[in-house]
Design a protein around this ligand. Structure first.
Ligand code: FES
Length: 155
């Protein structure tokens, strides 16, 4: 992440002096956009740059499910498993997504590296449950047929 330091320095100028810890979130977003996930060495570098304790970065990473700690496939399929989605068939959808992606359970990446399947908590789209997010794009009111059509369109 050392090559991102000049960007982080510019970002730092937009924040009040002494509030470097407020930069943890935007810096982590930028790191993930660059590498695809947040590696241990990124955490070390960020702590050194911001002069914040490691636990402060680890807390952010463990709280927000959008941050990844390991590489994912070309397509990251995230299925909400929270209450509204569960009431509208999320468990069936999770099983179907796993089957179509070629993994046996969430948390795995297909052998060809195309798909990683994850379950996540509420995505804030309960009115259109169940929800499947592919990389950054929401797909709502999902079912098996819509999932099949969606995955067939992913190259
Ligand atoms: S419960 Fe799934 S989006 Fe809210």
């Amino acid at each position: 992440m050392k090559h991102l330091i000049p960007e982080f320095e510019k970002l730092k100028k937009r924040y009040p002096a002494g509030l470097d810890s407020a930069l943890v979130l935007p810096c982590l977003h930028r790191i993930q956009a660059d590498r695809g996930y947040v590696a241990d060495e990124d955490i070390d570098g960020l702590c050194e740059f911001l002069r914040v304790p490691r636990i402060q970065v680890e807390e952010v990473l463990s709280y927000y499910t959008m941050f990844r700690r390991k590489p994912v496939g070309r397509w990251h399929l995230q299925v909400c498993r929270n209450v509204s989605c569960s009431m509208r068939g999320a468990e069936r959808l999770i099983g179907h997504v796993c089957k179509r992606a070629g993994v046996s359970q969430p948390g795995q990446t297909s052998a060809d590296g195309r798909f990683t399947v994850s379950t996540v908590e509420c995505l804030g789209s309960c009115g259109t449950a169940p929800v499947l997010v592919v990389n950054e794009t929401y797909h709502e009111n999902m079912d098996a047929a819509k999932t099949d059509a969606l995955l067939e369109g992913l190259k």
